[in-house]
Design a protein around this ligand. Structure first.
Ligand SMILES: Nc1ncnc2c1ncn2[C@@H]1O[C@H](COP(=O)(O)OP(=O)(O)OP(=O)(O)O)[C@@H](O)[C@H]1O
Ligand SMILES: [Mg+2]
Length: 387
């Protein structure tokens, strides 16, 4: 099945370089591949040292690159949606198209819709997405869900009735309930958003890969990123630790740095135990041009397994149970007698024999404590309650 790989991570950690190396490797192995950037500050053209336009550009056999310009895509590919939206607004009341700006990321949404459209066309076996730094990517990825949530609340879509919501929407949002005609348009947009959300969350289609470096701040952000990705049920199935210093530099200045890097590499490996982890050396030059990308691909992405998805469905989940929260962690093959867990500053730490795993907790759980835990059917269930 054709797949989508989304590369995310803190600013400057090496997302574009790592994504480019995957794209190179994929194309070399004969798969028709598209490397696409949703970052407004594009740099794929720099990496591949070529001129990029508004459209896809072929840079090698089997490899196209594409820097999406959301405004251009919006005008050229989604004119119909815009037409719906405009008509909808004039049909529904006094909201103007500018008011849609109350939802952050409206423009970027078109990048995702475009990627979904390309995926559906079946033209590429692999679509590799180079994203903007974490924060923007998270809001971008949860956007289809957020928007369809709003649409469900505001309009009588599916089983959610207008009955309850109409009075609220009318007074608070100044939206007249749409007429039947406009309703069809709403349903079309809603269907597109649902389709996009399903595509991004389908573990058989989309992989999310997080790029990190062995430094305190980045490690912290990587954990948070992972936690949120899980919270929103995205399929994270690979971690990259970039910029690892060689141990034989032979210069005292770096000794301390090498030690620190070792420490944070261990933290990353403990936190993401069970996920494939790829370590990338710090090279002596910028990763620009095919030769450097090829070098990275050959050093780190040695075999084709980097494109496999080793994800386990429902690896971990948080659910509200009354006033408490239940954290369910998929831990197949664990020995119950060997299991131990405790709560540390911002994480819950699970130990299984010599095996330790930190799971970052969402903010809501930070002022709660563990009430009880049990292990059944391969799941560790941890109940948190207010102190
Ligand atoms: N392992 C490495 N060795 C040497 N240079 C590297 C390495 N990884 C990345 N770089 C260089 O660091 C810079 C940032 O890398 P890159 O553009 O891939 O990061 P990014 O995460 O995409 O950044 P942004 O958040 O700005 O999009 C680039 O100049 C790149 O060539
Ligand atoms: Mg980048």
């Amino acid at each position: 099945m054709n797949r989508i790989y989304i590369f995310t991570g803190k600013g400057g950690v090496g997302k574009s370089s790592v994504a480019a190396a995957h794209a190179y490797k994929s194309a070399e192995s004969g798969k028709k591949t598209l490397l696409v950037s949703t970052d407004m500050a594009h740099n794929l053209g720099d990496i591949f040292e070529c001129e990029i336009s508004h459209e896809k550009v072929t840079v090698r056999e089997n490899l196209d690159i594409y820097e999406i310009d959301p405004a251009y895509v919006c005008e050229n590919d989604f004119a119909e949606i815009i037409k719906y939206a405009k008509k909808l607004l004039s049909d529904t009341g006094d909201i103007t198209i500018q008011d849609i700006g109350i939802f952050p990321g409206t423009e970027e949404l078109f990048s995702l819709l475009k990627i979904a459209e390309i995926y559906k066309s079946g033209e590429y076996e692999r679509i590799i997405v180079d994203c903007a730094p974490t924060g923007e990517t998270l809001s971008l990825l949860k956007f289809p869900e957020l928007l369809s949530w709003y649409m469900e609340k505001l309009f009588p879509i599916g089983k959610v009735g207008v009955r309850v919501l109409a009075p609220i929407s009318k007074s608070a949002f100044k939206v007249e309930m749409p007429n039947k005609h406009a309703m069809n348009d709403i349903e079309k947009i809603y269907a597109k958003l649902m389709e996009l959300e399903n595509l991004l969350k389908d573990r058989n289609i989309t992989s999310v890969r997080i790029v990190s470096v062995p430094e305190k701040m980045v490690v912290e952000e990587t954990k948070r990123n992972y936690m949120y990705m899980n919270l929103y049920n995205f399929n994270v199935d690979g971690i990259y630790i970039n910029r690892i210093l060689p141990e034989d530099i032979g210069n005292d200045f770096f000794d301390k740095w090498i030690e620190l890097q070792k420490e944070y590499r261990t933290v990353l490996k403990e936190t993401f135990a069970g996920l494939p982890i790829y370590e990338i050396p710090w090279y002596d030059e910028e990763l620009k041009g095919i030769a450097n990308i090829k070098r990275l691909a050959e050093d780190v992405l040695k075999d084709d397994t980097v494109f496999e998805s080793k994800a386990v469905t429902g690896r971990e989940s948080f659910a509200k149970v009354g006033g408490d929260y239940l954290l369910k962690v998929f831990m197949p093959c664990a020995d119950k007698a060997d299991l131990n867990l405790y709560q540390a500053a911002t994480d819950v730490v699970i130990k299984a024999g010599n095996f330790k795993r930190n799971i970052p907790l969402p903010n809501t759980l930070l002022n709660m404590s563990i009430k009880k835990a049990d292990y059944t059917d391969g799941y560790l269930n941890i109940l948190f309650t207010k102190e």
